[in-house]
Design a protein around this ligand. Structure first.
Ligand SMILES: Nc1ncnc2c1ncn2[C@@H]1O[C@H](COP(=O)(O)OP(=O)(O)OP(=O)(O)O)[C@@H](O)[C@H]1O
Ligand SMILES: [Mg+2]
Length: 361
């Protein structure tokens, strides 16, 4: 078990800065997800935590000890690259015992440890079976077993389910999370899949272009995105962003969009940018005929028992979630409204969320 702290961590490759001043606190026992698009620096961050890459500057603390420059082998952290990496010609027992043999553990202890893990993963009955003959789910369990048998302080997982098809992927993500709940070992899990991040993570850190933009519980990240990028990367369809042409002053409670006054949470910031925008999630918007931003229906798509309606407005296209029974036709004139507390204001230049009575952190 371990907690992991990153302090102002940087990593450059020649002139290119891949990680730009990361600050993170990963608590003991947490399932912590690093989420971001391709190339944003997730693997580089993980490799620095593992000791496979030396930071250009900054600090990594493992249980309070500075391990920034200590060797990978001294950190007692397991880096799980690919859950499928097993020795197919060996049986389950040998696959599980292998990492312990490498550590030169004695035979009775190996036996004890392997049986414990087999029991935990409910694969005791398969212990003599060859890995090559196992069904996918059992094989994955053995792979997990091999990662946990050493009892490292923490697990680092870099898109471990990346190569699996969607159905199996979902099943394995549930299994991984259940296992985590049983052994409670600190886990840093990298993915670029926001749904995986939101369903699996106790905490999620959103990265883009080498920067950690925000970290918090899935709910915090979803309902109080700190930047436009976080609001648009998380949630499908993404948050709506509605521009308006005015500065924001402390105490403001409304903005003007296409001549309509829209209520917003009481602002605590003075935004010096002359162009700012509001962010509202599609499920917090409503279609009606009396008030709000005027527009016409562009189209609708079905999402199970809901529909997403796209509205053309002078403030751009907006997506509104409606019920499957709500009937709308293309070109219908409508107005789009939302409760003030659902709106988050963003600075037009920095794209950072402004402080309001809704956002206190
Ligand atoms: N050894 C290296 N030398 C030069 N550039 C590198 C090196 N390793 C990574 N990079 C660059 O650093 C950036 C971040 O890479 P990284 O692999 O950390 O991204 P990632 O978030 O894991 O992306 P992906 O989702 O595609 O795996 C990329 O632009 C990559 O090309
Ligand atoms: Mg990567």
């Amino acid at each position: 078990m371990a907690n992991i702290i990153l302090k102002n961590l940087y990593k450059s490759f020649d002139d290119f800065v891949a990680v730009k001043g990361s600050d993170l606190v990963i608590e003991n026992g947490e399932f912590f997800v690093l989420l971001g698009p391709s190339g944003c620096g997730k693997t580089t961050t993980l490799r620095m935590i593992a000791g496979l890459e030396i930071p250009t500057s900054g600090q990594i603390l493992l249980d309070g000890d500075d391990v920034t420059f200590s060797r990978a082998s001294k950190r007692d952290i397991a880096f799980v690259f690919q859950l499928f990496a097993l020795y197919p010609h060996m049986n389950v027992w040998k696959n599980l015992a292998f990492p312990l043999k490498m550590q030169k553990m004695n035979a009775p202890d190996i036996k004890k440890r392997v049986m414990e893990v087999a029991k935990l993963l409910q694969i005791e009955h398969l212990i003599k079976a060859k890995v090559s003959g196992l069904a996918g789910g059992d094989r994955q369990r053995v792979a997990l077993g091999r990662a946990i048998v050493r009892r490292p302080k923490a697990f680092l997982m870099d898109e471990p389910l990346g190569t699996l098809d969607a159905e199996f992927r979902e099943q394995m993500s549930i299994e991984l999370k259940k296992l985590h709940n049983r052994i409670n070992a600190t886990t840093v899990y990298v993915t670029h899949d926001q749904i995986e991040a939101m369903t699996m993570g106790d905490k999620v850190a959103v990265m883009n272009e080498g920067k950690i933009l925000q970290f918090g519980t899935p709910n915090e990240i979803y309902s109080k995105p700190a930047t436009k990028f976080v609001g648009s990367f998380i949630g499908a369809p993404s948050m709506n962003f509605i521009p308006f042409e005015s500065e924001v002053h402390e105490g403001d409670t409304e903005v003007l969009v296409d001549g309509q006054k829209l209520q917003i949470p009481r602002q605590r910031d003075n935004s010096l940018s002359p162009k700012n925008f509001i962010g509202v999630r599609p499920e917090n918007m409503k279609l009606n005929t009396e008030k709000g931003i005027r527009g016409t229906v562009y189209g609708t798509e079905y999402l199970g028992n809901r529909k997403i309606c796209t509205i053309d407005t002078k403030a751009g296209q907006l997506k509104v979630r409606i019920t499957k029974d709500q009937s709308v036709s293309i070109n219908d004139p409508v107005q789009v409204s939302f409760p003030p507390e659902a709106a988050i204001l963003f600075n037009g230049q920095s794209e950072k969320a402004l402080m309001s009575d809704q956002i206190t952190n």
